[in-house]
Ligand binder design. Structure first.
Ligand code: MTE
Ligand code: MO
Length: 179
């Protein structure tokens, strides 16, 4: 093969591989960034009346919550985002007065772009149960979260450890634990 021919073959191959990846890697990579694809989205699915696929722009239009919390190194920051409960309400999840009976066996699985996962029970996220907000944050100290941390991360001020401060949140799944 001559030089230009080899280049064209390589480009074609790369193109097909990207298509394959796009087809076989759904869901979990929803908020990972690819240069020229559609804008990254946060997906909310499962036991929801209204599944969501929110771009950062759409997330920023939801009811805004700000809070101060200390990061893993003990440094205080002002975080901006959407209260997890507000996001769940937007998706039509059983919150508030509807969070009773069998709905108490529902939980939320938060998935990150790197495959990291963490679970919350619905009452942990509901203001009628929990004393503190869990924040789906997109800014720290007025600035967008840097790559590797954002575009969105969880801020969980009630937790003593930071393990559930999930970075690079890609998908939120509401699931049923009932047997
Ligand atoms: N996506 C993702 N989020 C994650 C983790 C991870 O490995 N991947 N580690 C967790 C742990 S164990 C801690 S202590 C905090 C640390 O947050 P920081 O790196 O912003 O200080 O992130 C949490 N969020
Ligand atoms: Mo950690």
């Amino acid at each position: 093969m001559n030089q230009p021919m080899r280049l064209r073959t390589a480009c074609l191959f790369a193109g097909w591989m990207r298509l394959l990846l796009a087809v076989f890697l759904p869901g979990n990579v929803a908020f990972s960034q690819s240069p020229d694809a559609a804008p990254a989205t946060l997906r909310v699915s499962g036991e929801v009346a209204k599944p969501l696929s929110l771009t950062l722009e759409a997330l920023e239009k939801l009811n805004k919550t700000e809070l101060k919390a200390k990061d893993k190194d003990g440094k205080e920051h002002r975080y901006t985002g959407v209260a997890f409960a507000d996001l769940l309400r937007e998706a039509g999840v059983t919150t508030g007065a509807a969070l009773r009976g069998k709905n108490l066996a529902k939980y939320v699985l938060v998935e990150a772009a790197d495959g990291y996962q963490a679970v919350f029970a619905l009452p942990e996220l509901d203001p009628e149960f929990a004393r503190e907000v869990v924040l789906v944050a997109y800014q720290a100290d007025g600035k967008p979260l840097p790559a590797g941390e954002g575009p969105i991360r969880l801020v969980v001020p009630a937790d003593k450890k930071h393990a559930r401060w999930v970075r690079e949140v890609a998908a939120i799944k509401v699931l049923f634990a009932r047997e």
